[in-house]
Design a protein around this ligand. Sequence first.
Ligand code: SF4
Length: 402
Amino acid sequence: MSHYFYQPEYFSKFRCLGGECPVSCCDGWNVYWTKAEVAKLKGAEMPDELRKMIEDNFELTTKGIPETVTDEQDKEQYVIRLCDDKRCPFHERGTDLCMIQRSIGEENFGVVCGLYPRRRFMMQDNGIISSCSSSCPAVLKLLLHDKRAAKMESIPITTVREIQAVHTDAERKAAPAYLKFRKDLIEYYSYVFTSDITFEEAMLMGAIAAHNFSDPRNQNDLPQCVDIIRKEVGVKDVHRITDKIAPVYMSKYNIALSLLYKLSGKEKDFLPVDISVMSDGEKFDTEKYLEGKEKFLEKLPGGDRGLKNIAMNMFLDIFVHIDMSEYSFFAFYLYFSACMAAVALLAYTAGYANENTEADFIASVSLFSRSVSHSSAYIKPTLEYLEKYGTETVNNVASFIK
Ligand code: SF4
């Protein structure tokens, strides 16, 4: 059984935007259905036209099956054959609605179609953490407008289902690292939520910590770095410290981002999509950054809390499911700081470059998140987006090709 269950407050408020969605999730991805799900679908009452489409567009494949599957029956699954323009054939042109859902209801969906953007992570100590993907515009809207949206709440476990636990109870108790993981995640979350430090102060604090961490003299001395961050977060006059390294935003950003990749093992030199509009090669334009920031925050009700929410969600979205049991509060803080750096650049670039700031920001975070964590199929629409706003550069193209 599970030992705890946490989810952000926005999780239960999520509603799909349907035909109003600017970047529908029904296109560009390989969507897999199990044999049992397709059998159930084919068994439903439906118009002949839809039945024929189902016969024509579900294809058996061995792709996407984990190597651990040994049962011959489960070594094949179905994938929906995408149209030439990579659109799902059931994604109706004109209405932008799903034909299967509209005709016979979502109770006939495969798990993948019904689940996105929700995610549930079974942690190594048998706890569960839920969140929604930052690539969905409906999720981003909730995170921007509801101050408490990313606050974690503890959900009472009312139904106990038999699940295959990763560790037995005895093993779990023998592994203090797992208990520490849970404690640190919650401590980290409550720190970020209850503290009155601003979005940017939090990012700068993380950068200071990252800077200390990236100093070779400190790498074997993590406790000292933890002490630094703990001491600094207790200081009200945070500007006293952050001003010392402001306004070198690019270096803070680089430190935070390279640390993020170092810890996650991801591609080291991948740059967020819009960064080039804020820089000229290596030189970062602080004035443009500040102008973009002002314009963005002017249009965002509730100040920068929405950005903090999105950074926290990105952190959950991309990193929590990686085995982080050996990391600490400090490491979480650095991850979060790097996510903040990416979100700040996307937000303030949208503020600087575009008139309709919020919609542009949502589109850029959504595409960035899809390109990084879902599928390379999103590289093309992301480049089209950049081109539309005149922010495509050789740098961006190169980083996407990488
Ligand atoms: S991306 Fe989100 S809002 Fe858009 S269609 Fe998918 S679930 Fe709905």
